[in-house]
Design a protein around this ligand. Structure first.
Ligand code: NAD
Length: 356
C-alpha cells in the first residue's frame, strides 16, 4: 500500500521525515491522532534495514499510542518517533540534539519520551533543544522510571481480571507464572508478594533469575513457563507469545502481563475467549507508563496523581470486560471499542464553536 493511502486508511494525520547531514540524523515522526491532545509516544532508536521499515513502524506504533492513551482516559493523542541508528554505537549528543530541534519545530503537536533504544539520559540532550519532552529522569525534574507505575497498573489490572474469573479480586494464594523478570515484572511481583500470591518465574538472563531466587521465588526454564500449573499467566518479556503454539499449553484462567503486543494475531484473542481464559488487553494493563509521563506534561511531576490515575486501570479493565461480555466479543476488541468510542465522542463536540 502507498504511504498516503495507508495513512488515510488508518487515520494518521502527519508523517515527518527529518535529515541532518552534520549529525547524521535520519528520523521519522508519525502523528496518528490529536483529537484528545498532543500526540505522545516514545522515540525508538533502531537500525532499521530500510526507510520503508522505519516508516511502517512509526505509523503502526503511533496508532497504538492513540488507542493506549484514549483507553487510559488521558488528554493525549498518539505519536511515535523513530531514529534510524544503532542505539549502542550511533547515539551522539549532536544526533539527539538535532532530533530535539526537529521535535521543537512541531510546536507541541508531538511530545516525545523514551522507547526501545532511548534512555532518560538521551532525553536530557533532546530537552536542551525542546520543551516537548516527557519522562525525564527524576534528577532532571522528570517522572523517572516508568516501570514502577507500569508494575502497579499490571497488579491492578490482574485484580480486575481475577474478579471476572473467580468472583473475587483477591490474589492471595493464586499462582502467577511470569515470563520475563525484568523491571516491570519485578515491580509487579512486589505487589503480588504483599498479597501472598505464589510466583513462578522464568527469564533468559541468569542475573534476573538470581534476583528471583533471592526473593524466594520458584524458577522454571523459559520453554516450560507456558505449561506451569497456574491461575494467571503474565507475559512480561516479549510480544507475540500468545499464539497457536502456546495457547494449547496454557493451564491458567487469566492472561495478564505487561508485555506489548502479546497476541500474535487477532485470532489468538478469539481462541483465548473460546477456552474461557480472561485476557487483559496489553495496552490497557500496561498503561501505567504513559500515565506516569502524562503526569509531567503540565509542569511538575506529581507522583500521587500518577499513582491515583494508575490505580484506575482496575476500573478501566472492568469496563473493557463488561463491554466484551455485553457485545459478545473478545476483550482485545472490547478495548479497541472503548478507545474508539472515546475518540468519537470527543470528536463530536468539536462541532460546538468556541471563541478563543
Ligand atoms: N517499562 C515500562 O514502563 C513498560 C511499559 C509498557 C510496556 N512495557 C513492556 O513490558 C515488557 C517488559 O519491559 P521491561 O521494562 O520490564 O523490560 P526489561 O528489559 O527490564 O525486562 C524484560 C525481561 O525479559 C527477559 N526476556 C527476554 N526474552 C525472554 C524470553 N524469551 N523468555 C523469558 N524472558 C525473556 C529479559 O532477559 C529481561 O529480563 C516489554 O514488552 C515492554 O515493551 C514496559
Amino acid at each position: 500500500m502507498e504511504i498516503l493511502e495507508q495513512m488515510g486508511a488508518e487515520g494518521h494525520e502527519q508523517l515527518v521525515a527529518v535529515s541532518d547531514n552534520s549529525s547524521g540524523l535520519k528520523a521519522i515522526i508519525a502523528i496518528h491522532d490529536t483529537t484528545l491532545g498532543p500526540a505522545c509516544g516514545g522515540t525508538r532508536i533502531w537500525p532499521y534495514e530500510s526507510e520503508q521499515e522505519a516508516i511502517w513502524d512509526a505509523l503502526r506504533l503511533s496508532r497504538a499510542m492513540t488507542y493506549k492513551s484514549a483507553a487510559a482516559d488521558l488528554p493525549l493523542g498518539g505519536g511515535k518517533g523513530v531514529i534510524i541508528a544503532d542505539s549502542h554505537t550511533g547515539k551522539t549528543e549532536a544526533l539527539l540534539r538535532a532530533y530535539g530541534r526537529f521535535v521543537d519545530t512541531l510546536g507541541g503537536r508531538y511530545l516525545t519520551t523514551t522507547d526501545v533504544g532511548s534512555t532518560g539520559r538521551d532525553l536530557e540532550y533532546v530537552k536542551q533543544e525542546t520543551d516537548y519532552v516527557v519522562g525525564l529522569p527524576t534528577t532532571a525534574g522528570g517522572s523517572g522510571d516508568t516501570s514502577i507505575m507500569t508494575g502497579l497498573g499490571i497488579y491492578m489490572g490482574m485484580k480486575a481480571c481475577a474478579k471476572e474469573a473467580w468472583g473475587s479480586d483477591s490474589l492471595s494464594g493464586k499462582t502467577v507464572a511470569m515470563q520475563g523478570f525484568g523491571k516491570v515484572a519485578t515491580f509487579t511481583a512486589h505487589h503480588l508478594m504483599k498479597e501472598d500470591a505464589k510466583l513462578v518465574v522464568t527469564d533468559v538472563y541468569e542475573g534476573a533469575l538470581d534476583r528471583a531466587r533471592d526473593l524466594g521465588l520458584a524458577v522454571v526454564k523459559p520453554e516450560d513457563i507456558y505449561g506451569v500449573d497456574c491461575d494467571i499467566f503474565a507475559p512480561c518479556a516479549l510480544g507475540g507469545v500468545i499464539n497457536p503454539k502456546t495457547i494449547p499449553q496454557l493451564k491458567c484462567k487469566v492472561v495478564a502481563g505487561g508485555a506489548n503486543n502479546q497476541l500474535l494475531s487477532d485470532a489468538d484473542a478469539d481462541d483465548l475467549d473460546r477456552l474461557g481464559i480472561v485476557y487483559a488487553p496489553d495496552y490497557i494493563i500496561n498503561s501505567g507508563g504513559i500515565i506516569n509521563v502524562e503526569s509531567e506534561v503540565d509542569g511538575e511531576y506529581n507522583a500521587d496523581r500518577a499513582r491515583e490515575k494508575t490505580e484506575r486501570i482496575y476500573e478501566i479493565m472492568e469496563q473493557v470486560l463488561a463491554i466484551a461480555k455485553r457485545e459478545e466479543i473478545p476483550s482485545a476488541k472490547a478495548a479497541d471499542r472503548l478507545a474508539e468510542d472515546r475518540l468519537d465522542s470527543v470528536r463530536s463536540i468539536r462541532r460546538v464553536y468556541r471563541h478563543r
